[in-house]
Design a protein around this ligand. Sequence first.
Ligand code: NAD
Ligand code: MG
Length: 297
Amino acid sequence: MTDQYTLQDPTKMFADIDTKAQYQEGAGLDANLDDTADRGEKSYRGTGRLTGRKALITGGDSGIGAAVAIAYAREGADVAISYLPEEETDAKRVVELIEAEGRTAVAIPGDIVDAAFCRDLVAQAVDGLGGLDILVNNAGKQQFRETLDEISDEQFDETFKTNVYAMFWITKAALPHLGAGSTIINTSSIQGYSPSEMLVDYATTKASINAFSKALAQQLAPKGIRVNVVAPGPIWTPLQTAGGQPPEKLPDVGEQTPLGRWGQPAELAPAYVFLASPESSYVIGETLNVNGGMPTP
Ligand code: NAD
Ligand code: MG
């Protein structure tokens, strides 16, 4: 079987996935992508690197979060995922995949722009998992707008609430439950360093996530809690087809990378596994870029 340890030419991988122009209303579903993203269902092979760990992954229903949920379960962790109620179809599939590994899955629908829900989400995860020692802040909102004028106050507010405030609320609520050895992984983006003209609000939140993480990492290191960041490049997920990019640009987006193609969610999972597991014990406040080769500071 081809797994993530099999030698492959990275320029030729996933050539069968057609990233053509398409559009989805609302949050977007993996189930509705014309050509499904690869989340590692058929390829990710666990080696016990997260045995007995308890993880909460926001936005674990689809895209990168789903790939991380599948990988964590195969590495031996119990996993809680949060998602929007309209994403139940995707969430059910991920729950089945976690349970297929013999691990506990906890599914928690709700809207993270609400601070009270964020606190309740952590409480439900702790309750369902019997504790918590990995937090992955991955949920995010990205809506392209050609001009600043087209970014409504509501959009600006929602993008910040989803990408930045929710990370603050969820992390704050989780901290009392996290003991030494626990790990927090936040999801930034290439946009945090190399912002696109059409993603002004989104790119600003992603730079904020980097700064938040590097500050908090120093604060929590003496307690034995490590904070790190993963910064993806262009990854084929529902977010991109639900207004993240202009639909007609979708076929070309990945071509800007030195590898010349989109990344797949499955290619992100190993970065989140590494930063969650004790093998990264001396890695703190780091941003691991998984972006097909685009230079970053
Ligand atoms: P995705 O749509 O599959 O996942 C995003 C998830 O965020 C959704 O599944 C949804 O459950 C959750 N979410 C959004 N708004 C929410 C809300 N108000 N309440 C609760 N949950 C909410 O897309 P993805 O690309 O896998 O995104 C995951 C993360 O990766 C995001 O933070 C995104 O910004 C980041 N990222 C993605 C790319 C990319 O090219 N796809 C690049 C860089 C960074
Ligand atoms: Mg989703």
